[in-house]
Design a protein around this ligand. Structure first.
Ligand code: TEU
Length: 571
């Protein structure tokens, strides 16, 4: 194609509105706060914003429990504010991607209220099963802990919720449910949005008859609701009915997908979703669940990312992310958040911006924001973490040692790490709010904040601006990926090669040259030496970006400092 689709060449910035910027002093971020900072995003150079849910919601799961899909929650503003946000973004050529949460609604959604009263066709909008109130219909577990079923006294039946009990799952076997969802999606597209990020879209189909799951296979029941039997039919219908315009970005959030699954979601001719968020590289170090995460091994991490790079090279497209609102901060998890915070934040950004696919930057990542200390249960806000802590408290067997493990796991892995307020200045509450923030500010805000980063040419922020600008090179968007030194315990090195440009022209045709990149990253607090394999050519390569003073042209041997990152490119 002469005019490649925009989202392949874009960098997307994720805004978690509750924690981005508060304009009215109630301690909760809002749309006006975001509007006031649109120039900041423009300055960073991003091409699109993915906005986490701002719809009307009782906030049992920070907006992932929606009570009205066509209204903005009062805490964030109103529809006029939303329209102004859209226009302010579009005026700066920044697209707007909305979150689509249709595996479940809030229990306060009118559909659920009517369903529990068995009103007309609403009776079958959710998964209801009658039976004894003492015995759930099957053994499925909720992602947030405990059984995936709650008993409703009003209808005298059980309903399914794969997440919180206040997030009942919609029954997608019901064509009326699908039509409602498609209608709502068209309603938002008519309002000028540029795409959807689709919450757990691979969980909408459940095995018929809702049979028990294998109790020894991770999350019990997952084999019956992750990539369920009819999911591709439903997604296909959605694409045909709503998403036939390839300019609309449709990124599916799909925990537990394999490369083969991902190809199916995107479709053999790219006629499905645009791409998915796969989870392998952020879950491979979990033992039974996320609270058992160990030290991520670099060779395994490289193997997974390389597999996805190769696997989707011809069919499909990669999303590139190391953190988001559900994951700990990437510097704390994959980098080093002490002495080498700045270096490792730049290194990790270098990785996500020099692989093939579309980079997603999570708010604050561009400052090198870190995990936060959570001193006690009172500091936590997230339902998932609170359930985990409360289960430990409720268990009479929990001893001091186990409490210490729980605490350590929460500090390392809880989602609240990502949700502390964006750090704008070194003033009180990091300039996020004039009121009391809904969740505590990370105490490192005096050192890590936007104002300081903008004033410092060596900051993570300025480095990110260069990374985002580098994505203008077709080489980095479309080039072939080859992993070097796969078993090296601390080095992540690879090449990118483009023998065609973004429009599909081959090298040699109409003067298109072969372009090359060499990326070398030292994932360690210790220095490392790296000798290039003989078959990697360095002629013609020039330094494009590094997080330290390094030679302008590469030799064949590299002496790398702690967390050093270098990108060499043919000009
Ligand atoms: O997340 C889906 C999901 O699987 C995550 O919950 C993940 O497993 C978990 O966060 C790991 O701790 C999506 C949203 O991104 C998340 O914020 C919502 O809570 C969830 O769906 C329910 O809507």
């Amino acid at each position: 194609r002469d005019d490649p689709v925009w989202w392949k060449e874009a960098v997307v910035y994720q805004v978690y509105p509750k924690s981005f910027a508060d304009s009215d002093g109630d301690g909760v971020g809002d749309l006006q706060g975001l509007i006031d900072r649109v120039d900041y995003l423009d300055d960073l150079g991003v091409d699109a914003v993915w906005l986490n849910p701002v719809y009307e919601s009782p906030q049992a799961d920070n907006g992932y429990d929606i009570s009205d899909y066509r209204a903005i929650d009062d805490a964030y503003g109103d529809m006029d504010d939303w329209e102004r946000l859209r226009d302010e973004l579009h005026d700066r050529d920044i697209r707007l991607i909305m979150d689509l949460v249709v595996n479940h609604t809030s229990d306060e959604h009118e559909w659920f209220q009517r369903s529990r009263r068995e009103e007309g066709e609403y009776a079958d909008y959710y998964h209801w099963v009658e039976g004894s109130p003492d015995e759930p219909p099957n053994n499925w577990q909720s992602v947030f802990g405990g059984p995936a079923w709650s008993y409703d006294d009003e209808r005298e039946a059980w309903y399914l919720h794969l997440f919180d009990e206040r997030q009942p799952d919609l029954d997608w076997t019901n064509p009326a449910v699908r039509e409602e969802v498609f209608d709502m999606m068209r309603w938002w597209l008519d309002r000028g949005i540029d795409g959807f990020r689709m919450d757990v879209i691979n969980m909408i189909s459940k095995t018929e008859g809702l049979p028990d799951g294998d109790p020894d296979a991770g999350l019990t029941g997952a084999e019956h609701f992750m990539n369920g039997p009819r999911v591709h039919e439903y997604v296909g219908e959605m694409v045909d009915e709503v998403l036939d315009d390839e300019e609309v970005l449709a990124v599916g959030e799909t925990p537990g997908v394999s490369v083969e699954d991902a190809k199916q979601y995107v479709g053999p001719d790219g006629d499905g979703l645009s791409m998915v968020f796969q989870f392998e590289h952020v879950t491979f170090d979990h033992d039974e669940h996320k609270w058992d995460a160990g030290d991520p091994s670099l060779p395994e991490f490289k193997r997974i990312l390389a597999k996805w790079q190769r696997g989707l090279a011809d069919d499909g497209w990669n999303s590139l992310y190391l953190n988001n609102h559900d994951q700990p901060r990437m510097v704390s998890r994959f980098g080093s958040d002490g002495e080498y915070r700045r270096e490792s934040a730049k290194l990790l950004g270098t990785l996500t911006h020099t692989l093939g696919g579309t980079p997603f930057v999570y708010q604050g990542e561009e400052l090198g924001m870190t995990n936060a200390p959570f001193e006690s249960r009172e500091d936590l806000r997230d339902v998932e973490a609170l359930n985990y802590v409360d289960a430990a408290i409720a268990d009479p067997e929990t001893d001091a040692e186990e409490y210490a493990d729980v605490r350590e796991a929460v500090e390392a892995m809880c989602r609240d790490n990502a949700r502390t307020p964006m750090q704008w200045t070194d003033e009180e509450h990091a300039g996020f709010t004039d009121g009391d923030p809904w969740i505590g500010v990370n105490p490192n805000y005096a050192e890590v904040n936007v104002e300081r980063a903008r004033a410092d040419p060596d900051s993570v922020f300025h480095y990110y601006r260069e990374l985002v600008a580098l994505r203008d090179r077709d080489l980095l968007v479309y080039g072939d990926f080859e992993l070097l030194a796969p078993d090296h315990p601390s080095l992540f090195a690879y090449t990118r090669t483009l023998e065609r440009d973004g429009t599909g022209r081959e090298a040699g045709d109409s003067g298109v040259p072969t372009e090359r990149a060499l990326v070398v990253l030292n994932f360690d607090d210790e220095p490392a030496t790296f000798d290039l394999p003989d078959d990697v050519a360095v002629d013609g390569l020039e330094l494009a970006l590094a997080n330290d003073d390094v030679p302008e042209v590469p030799g064949r041997s590299f002496d790398l400092g702690p967390w050093e990152a270098r990108v060499y490119l043919t000009p």
